[in-house]
Design a protein around this ligand. Structure first.
Ligand SMILES: Cc1cc2nc3c(=O)[nH]c(=O)nc-3n(C[C@H](O)[C@H](O)[C@H](O)COP(=O)(O)O)c2cc1C
Length: 509
C-alpha cells in the first residue's frame, strides 16, 4: 500500500518510538481512495494487565523471578522495585539466617518486593520454617515454586490474617504468585485451599473457624506464572502451547468457583528480548517474568566470571543436566554447557549411580578417575565431609546412608552437584570446568539482540535497564505491528535496538 501522507522512513520510525503519541497516516487504498492508518499510543505500563499491576502495586508488568542461592539478590529486588517493577529474592538453598537478613533488609523498602517460598520435599521442616519466617516478618508476597502438591505451610501462609473488611469483602493480606508448568498443578493453585489443611489449621488454632470459612472461598493463588522452557528447573514446555492452556484454565476456574477476584496468568521462560515479550503480551500474559537474563546483570549474586560466560552464550549453548536436589529421582535442570564440563560430569555421576549398588561396587579405574578429576579428593574423604554436614542439618540422612550404600553414594555425588553451583557463584578459578550455571535459551536470544550495543558488555547490563528495554521494545514492536496489520510496509530503517535509559526516558516524555 502506498503512503500518501508520507513520513520519511526515519521520521516514521521516530514517530513509532514516541510510544505515548498516536500515529496517523493517510495511505492510498486498493481503489485509490484515501485510507486512514492509525497506530494507538502504547506505553510499557499498558502492556499486560493493569489490574494485576495495581493489585501488587507496581507500575510495569515485569517481574524478576527468584534465582536460588541469592542469585536474584537484594540488589536485584531493589533495582527492579525502584524502577516500578518487582523482584523476588532467591531464598532457595540459602541458610535460614541469610534469608532472614534479606527480609529485614528489604522490610522498610518504599517499593514492593517478594520472596521465594520453595517446596522442599526432602526438607519439609525448612519449608515450614520459611513460611513461618515470612508470616512473622509480615512478608506479603511470595513466589511459590517447585510444588508438586499444596502443603500445610503454604496454606498457613496464604490464610494467615484473612478477614472481612467493614463492607464485608474478604481481605487476604498474603499473596501468592505460583509458578507452575503443568495444568494439574495450576488447577490446585486456582482452587480454594484444601479442606483437610483448613481443618488442621483450625484444630491447631492457627486460624479461627470464621477464617477457615472465608479461606474456603478464595483461590490458593490468584496469580500463576506459567513457566515455559527456562533456566534451572524446567519441564521444557513450549510457551506457545503452555500459556493458552493455563490462561483458559484461569477462565474456567473463575466461573467454577465464582470468585470475586480475577485470576491472572503471567508468562516466564524464554523471555529476554522485546520480541518474546511482545509475543507474551499478545497472548494475553498479565505480566512477564525473566530469569536467565537477570543472572547476567551486574546486580546478580553470581561471579563476574559467570557473567562473562553468560555474555558469550549462544542459543544452543544450554542443556539439561541432573539436579542436585532431586538427583536420585532423575530430575534435571537446564544449565550452560559452553565453557564447562558440568553437564557431562553430572550425567556421568547419574549413570554410575544407576549402575551400582554403592561406591564399593564402582570399578577401581572408574573410581580413580572420579577421585582425580571430579572430586579432587577420595570418595571416603568426601563422605566424611558430607556425613558431618548432614549430621548437623538432617541426621536422618546419615542414618539412612549408613544402612544403604546406594544412599551414601547419592549423598556423595550430590556433594559434587551442590558444590558445582557454589564454585560458579563464587567464581572459583580452580573449578571453572565444573561450574554449574543454571541458564535457559533466553540468554542466547538476549546476547544476539544486544550484540553491537552497549548491552553487549557484561558490566553495562543492569537489571532495570534490561527490563526497561524489553518493555519499551515490546511496546514498539506492537505498535509497528499495527502498521503491518493495515498492510503498510515498515520503514526500511525500522529496528528495535537497545537504548540507554536516558533515550527511553526521552521517547516516553
Ligand atoms: C540461575 C537461576 C536460578 C533459578 N532459581 C530459581 C529458584 O530458586 N526458584 C524459582 O522459583 N525459580 C528459579 N529459577 C527460575 C526463574 O525464577 C525464572 O522463572 C526463569 O528463569 C524464567 O525463565 P528464563 O530463564 O527463560 O528467563 C531460576 C532461574 C535461573 C536462571
Amino acid at each position: 500500500m502506498q503512503l500518501t501522507h508520507s513520513y520519511a522512513d526515519n521520521n516514521l520510525t521516530e514517530a513509532l518510538r514516541k510510544l505515548s503519541h498516536p500515529v496517523h497516516l493517510a495511505a492510498a487504498g486498493p481503489n485509490g481512495n484515501p485510507l486512514a492508518v492509525y497506530v494507538p499510543s502504547l506505553t510499557p505500563e499498558q502492556l499486560g494487565n493493569q489490574e494485576f499491576c495495581r493489585e501488587i502495586d507496581i507500575r510495569y508488568p515485569y517481574l524478576g523471578g527468584s534465582m536460588a542461592k541469592g542469585i536474584s539478590s537484594v540488589a536485584i529486588a531493589e533495582e527492579l522495585g525502584r524502577a516500578g517493577m518487582l523482584g523476588f529474592f532467591g531464598a532457595a538453598g540459602l541458610p535460614f539466617s541469610t534469608v532472614e537478613a534479606a527480609v529485614d533488609h528489604l522490610a522498610g523498602a518504599a517499593f514492593p518486593c517478594g520472596f521465594n517460598l520453595i517446596h522442599s520435599p526432602h526438607e519439609p521442616d525448612l519449608e515450614a520454617a520459611l513460611a513461618e519466617l515470612y508470616i512473622r516478618k509480615g512478608v506479603r508476597l511470595v513466589e511459590a515454586s517447585a510444588f508438586l502438591a499444596l502443603t500445610l505451610p503454604l496454606v498457613r501462609y496464604r490464610t494467615h490474617g484473612i478477614h472481612r473488611d467493614a463492607e464485608g469483602a474478604i481481605i487476604v493480606p498474603n499473596r501468592i504468585i505460583a509458578k507452575v508448568s503443568r495444568e494439574e498443578l495450576a488447577e490446585r493453585f486456582f482452587s480454594p485451599p484444601p479442606e483437610k489443611y483448613l481443618r488442621q489449621l483450625r484444630d491447631e488454632g492457627a486460624i479461627t473457624a470464621e477464617q477457615a470459612e472465608l479461606a474456603a472461598q478464595i483461590p490458593m493463588a490468584q496469580y500463576i506464572t506459567a513457566e515455559a522452557d527456562s533456566g534451572g528447573h524446567t519441564d521444557n514446555r513450549p510457551a506457545m502451547a503452555l500459556f493458552p492452556t493455563i490462561a483458559s484454565l484461569a477462565g474456567r476456574m473463575e466461573l467454577k468457583f465464582g470468585y470475586t477476584v480475577r485470576l491472572q496468568v503471567g508468562l516466564a521462560g524464554g523471555i529476554a528480548t522485546p520480541t518474546a515479550a511482545a509475543a507474551a503480551f499478545a497472548m494475553g500474559a498479565a505480566y512477564i517474568m525473566t530469569g536467565s537474563v537477570n543472572q547476567a546483570c551486574v546486580e546478580s549474586g553470581t561471579s563476574d566470571t559467570v557473567r562473562r560466560m553468560l555474555a558469550e552464550t549462544r542459543q544452543a549453548d544450554v542443556t539439561m543436566a541432573p539436579a542436585a536436589d532431586m538427583f536420585e529421582m532423575g530430575v534435571t535442570v537446564q544449565v550452560l554447557k559452553r565453557g564447562t564440563m558440568f553437564p557431562m560430569r553430572a550425567a556421568k555421576l547419574y549413570e554410575i549411580y544407576r549402575a551400582y549398588d554403592g561406591m564399593d561396587s564402582i570399578p577401581v579405574a572408574e573410581r580413580d578417575k572420579l577421585e582425580k578429576t571430579f572430586f579432587k579428593a577420595t570418595l571416603a574423604d568426601i563422605w566424611r565431609d558430607t556425613h558431618a554436614f548432614f549430621q548437623k542439618r538432617d541426621p536422618r540422612q546419615v542414618e539412612r546412608a549408613e544402612r544403604e550404600p546406594k544412599h551414601r553414594m547419592a549423598l556423595v555425588f550430590r556433594w559434587y552437584l551442590g558444590q558445582a553451583a557454589h564454585w560458579a557463584k563464587d567464581g572459583d578459578p580452580d573449578r571453572t570446568i565444573d561450574y554449574q550455571i543454571w541458564c535457559g535459551p533466553a540468554m542466547g536470544a538476549f546476547n544476539e539482540w544486544a550484540a553491537g550495543s552497549f548491552l553487549e558488555s557484561p558490566d553495562r547490563r543492569r537489571v532495570a535497564t534490561v527490563a526497561r528495554n524489553i518493555l519499551f521494545g515490546a511496546a514498539l514492536l506492537t505498535r509497528a505491528n499495527f502498521l503491518r496489520y493495515q498492510n503498510i510496509l515498515l520503514p526500511a530503517d525500522f529496528i528495535i535496538k537497545p537504548l540507554e535509559d536516558i533515550q527511553i526516558k526521552e521517547y516516553l516524555a
